[in-house]
Design a binder for this molecule. Structure first.
Ligand code: TRP
Ligand code: ZN
Length: 872
């Protein structure tokens, strides 16, 4: 039974949106920082919305959580006797004038704030996280994104332990105070919602640079880190400058303050936060050196720095009316960071990587109990909706729009968006409208992408008429049911198609077919011969393609398709089909290893492409496919199939893999450049296959581990040793730990690598690591690296038939929930695909979900996720 004090699980609905009763002209905040008793004095100039008519509500309602109210005044008069508070906020009883000044003082305890939301402490540093609803843990406020205000902030703190005091906007003044304290004042001229407020105070060092905008304005750039980390900021700074330039060139958008700051924080629930002028980052996405960061880390830093910077316009200057519109800023900003990374690196590789991530996270979400539309219509806890659907599918929807209307019309639309809506809190309707106005097109059917959940399936069949050389493509779209949504209308699908001749020549270059009906045929007349169809090139529509294709056709497309994505996709489909047969007991046929050998030796192919195309599909990809075909997944069988496929490759291609491994070694000092990273990716892919199948391979890994002068090489070698139980694995792990024990981000890698290592003793190893002095369960990066990675990336141990993996994971979720609900709820998503697995596994997971749901004091966050998963 739930007690009276259990959090309220009542959903908030889009349909219930009402404009705010009160608006704010200006707010001033004074922080008197103390670890356990910080005082926040807030002065707010309120104005009745639609004022002039005193017809609004009599009362003032403000959100506030875990606050101690010390004083409250209206226009200088004490109103404490008119104020009522409860766990969600405060009500000031009217009557109230049409405009007035509210002043209140609250006391908060940053050190006791383990949720990492609101004002909290990370080591000895104060920092804030206000999105989505964290500001209400700082002071009473209309904490909703459609209330925007100009902020003035004053921070007072101890000068020795907090020499640096930061907030949004531009610095105004600073100085000494009696008693070893000092102050700093900040002014942010751009009206903003409270979720973009930020404050940082601590002992920090900045890595500085400057940027001159297109219109000639000088901007100071500062990346603040803990002393000792200042040498690891150069890459982040370089990316920041490239992002600023790119946004000017690609979207015509310039930075709008004199200062742009980034702060790296060790304790953080997510990747990073776009607070106006003061982005706060998980240190994992800022700090990098060749010795400590891998190629993947550099790539992620590039995309996340860009993402947060791009929010300055898509999110901050134009924000969301309410949290249902989250994809307005997130989908768009992800699309923008994907465009940026595609321009910085190879667009084809970027696309393949983005599609892999979309399928792994978003298609899975869409196919399970947590499926929801890109713009959800209700939520219990908004923090649970920072999802792959809102972010990644949200980006796909914009990519489709871009494909449908073309780059020029897209730019016309975005120009209109920034011109029309600057300074406003907007909706998806506003976004669609600018493209309708810019193109004259009716986008009402296209807008269904925002409302209907589920991944569309497209069934493809073709017909060839020799006379007249007519090829007819018949397409049917099917929209699956998702929780709460059954009958769905057909969506607009931009499907890029190319036709190839049997000699590999292109008979028809890429053409975008616009599908708008349930079933549609497209005729291609006057072809010289029956074509091979390259379908959904570039993954132009985020759909599942159902199409009968032979291995031979796939091998042909893998060898000849002119579209790099479609080429890669052909190889993947081939491998996945084979994987399904191997799971059912078939051997790995030589045709596939031959096709892989061809791929490896093709001189025209990029090493990055080869690295992505080589090998068996991932365990999760296989599981999804087995389930999609109507089967139940046995995780051990999936793992065995993957091993068998790798063994065939490793054995059949030992020579070529070894040669490629050597040929791809990059001489000279490490650089994170895409070209070098691509060579390392291919070499390391070869190393992985070789180490999995031979003692020679393990010897190569051993040698690489000893010689490595960068983290990419070192980690890959160590993983090969540990995941294949090499004789030297234990010593290598110890040596690695001894070398890096002082570097928390490297220790995270050391934990993850072991957490994902398969084998009979996997759980014992992970359990032992939870007692290791280098593990700190209260730090989200550490928790995710060990417990999270175990659940998400160690399928055989997590799904152990005796249920031990599930029980272990659940114990930790329950423990973390009392401390940090946001991170717990996110990790509980590891159970979302439970209906994919064999009945014995489902029963075991069902029991663990029940255990979590039975916790009386369970957070609203975790309860919402667990109950939705249970409802599957
Ligand atoms: N808006 C952030 C981004 O996409 C993400 C975010 C939302 C976040 N809530 C958060 C980050 C809480 C950290 C903590 O860039
Ligand atoms: Zn974002």
């Amino acid at each position: 039974m739930r007690t009276e004090t259990a959090p309220d699980q009542t959903p908030t609905r889009l349909a219930d949106y009402r404009a705010p009763d009160w608006l704010i002209d200006r707010v001033s905040l004074v922080f008197d920082l103390a670890a356990n008793a910080t005082r926040v004095r807030s002065t707010i100039a309120f104005r009745r919305n639609g004022s002039g008519t005193s017809s609004g509500p009599a009362d003032l309602e403000l959100f506030g959580r875990k606050l101690t109210l010390v004083s409250a005044e209206v226009d200088g008069q004490d109103v404490m006797d008119r104020v009522e508070t409860d766990r969600e906020g405060l009500r000031l009883a009217g009557p109230l004038p049409d405009s007035f000044t509210w002043t209140c003082e609250t006391e908060i305890d940053p050190e006791a704030n383990t949720e990492l939301e609101g004002l909290y402490m990370s080591k000895r540093m104060y920092c804030t996280q206000c999105e989505a609803e964290g500001f209400r843990k700082i002071t009473y406020y209309p904490d909703r994104p459609d209330v925007m205000a100009v902020f003035d902030v004053r921070i007072e703190a101890d000068i020795v332990s907090q020499p640096i005091l930061l907030s949004n906007g531009n610095p105004v003044e600073q100085g000494r105070l009696p008693g070893g304290r000092h102050f700093a004042e900040w002014h942010d001229p751009h009206p903003k919602p409270s979720y973009l407020f930020a404050l940082v105070a601590g002992d920090l060092i900045s890595h500085d640079d400057t940027f001159t905008t297109a219109s000639g304005r000088n901007v100071d750039l500062k990346i603040y880190v803990r002393p000792g980390d200042e040498a690891k900021c150069a890459y982040a700074m370089d990316v920041l400058k490239r992002s600023m330039r790119w946004d000017e060139e690609a979207y015509g958008l310039e930075y709008d303050l004199d200062l742009f700051m980034i702060v790296a924080v060790d304790d953080f629930n997510m990747g990073a936060m776009e607070n106006k002028g003061l982005n706060i980052f998980n240190s994992k996405y800022v700090l990098a050196s060749p010795e400590t960061a891998t190629d993947l880390d550099f790539e992620l830093i590039e995309s996340i720095i860009a993402h947060e910077y791009f929010h300055n316009w898509t999110g901050n200057r134009i924000t969301c009316r309410d949290w249902f519109q989250l994809c307005l800023k997130e989908g768009l900003t992800v699309f923008r960071d994907q465009q940026f990374s595609g321009d910085m690196r190879s667009a084809a590789q970027q696309r393949i990587g983005d599609v892999q991530a979309l399928r792994a996270r978003q298609f899975r979400e869409d196919a399970g109990p947590l499926a929801h539309p890109v713009r959800p219509e209700e939520y219990v806890e908004i923090n649970n909706f920072y999802t792959a659907t809102v972010y990644e599918k949200g980006a796909e929807v914009i990519r489709m729009l871009h494909t449908l209307i073309g780059p020029e019309a897209y730019r016309k639309g975005t120009d209109l968006y920034f011109q029309r809506h600057d300074g406003q809190a907007c909706t998806i309707e506003d976004w669609i409208q600018v493209f309708e106005d810019a193109t004259g097109r009716d986008l009402s059917q296209f807008a269904l992408w925002y409302r209907q959940a589920g991944t569309p399936k497209v069934h493809v069949s073709g017909d060839w008429e020799e006379t007249g050389g007519v090829y007819t493509l018949t397409l049917t779209q099917e929209l699956p049911e998702t929780p709460g949504q059954t009958d769905k209308a057909p969506q607009v699908l931009p499907l890029a198609v190319g036709l190839l001749g049997h000699d590999g020549a292109e008979l028809m270059p890429t053409t975008v077919l616009e599908m708008t009906e349930g079933t549609q045929t497209f005729r291609f007349p006057s072809l010289p011969a029956e074509p091979v169809v390259s379908f959904n090139r570039g993954f132009s529509a985020p759909v599942i393609v159902e199409r009968a294709q032979t291995d031979a056709e796939r091998a042909f497309l893998l060898a000849h398709d002119t579209d790099p994505f479609a080429r890669w996709e052909a190889g993947r489909r081939y491998a996945i089909d084979l994987a399904c047969r191997v799971i059912d007991g078939a051997p790995v046929d030589a045709q596939w290893t031959d096709a892989s050998a061809k791929l490896l030796s093709d001189p025209d192919l990029d090493p990055a492409f080869k690295a992505m195309a080589l090998g068996a599909p991932g365990a999760d990809e296989m599981a999804a496919e087995v389930h999609r075909r109507g089967g139940l997944v046995d995780p051990d069988a999936v793992h065995a199939a993957q091993r068998a496929m790798h063994a065939s490759l490793g054995t059949a291609l030992q020579g070529p893999l070894t040669e490629t491994y050597h040929a791809m070694q990059v001489p000279g000092p490490y650089t994170p450049d895409a070209a070098d990273a691509a060579k390392r990716a291919l070499a390391n892919r070869c190393l992985g296959l070789l180490a999995e199948t031979s003692a020679d391979g393990l010897a190569l890994a051993e040698a690489q581990f000893v010689q490595a002068d960068n983290m990419t090489q070192s980690m890959t070698a160590l993983r090969a040793l540990v995941h294949n139980d090499a004789p030297g694995a234990a010593d290598a792990l110890t040596a690695f730990h001894d070398r890096w024990r002082q570097d928390p981000l490297v220790i995270d890698k050391w934990l993850s690598l072991q957490a994902s290592a398969p084998g009979d003793t996997a759980l014992e190893r992970v359990r032992a690591l939870t007692d290791h002095p280098s593990f700190d369960w209260t730090n989200p990066n550490k928790f995710r690296s060990l417990v999270g990675v175990f659940a998400m990336a160690n399928p055989t141990a997590f799904h152990a038939a005796d249920g031990s993996g599930y029980a272990f994971f659940t114990d930790w979720l329950i423990k973390l929930d009392g401390h940090n609900p946001q991170t717990t709820a996110r990790l509980a998503g590891a159970f979302e695909s439970w209906r994919r697995y064999t009945q014995d596994r489902q029963d075991l997971i069902g029991a663990q979900l029940g255990r979590i749901a039975a916790v009386e004091t369970l957070s609203k966050n975790t309860r919402e996720i667990v109950e939705r998963i249970q409802g599957a």
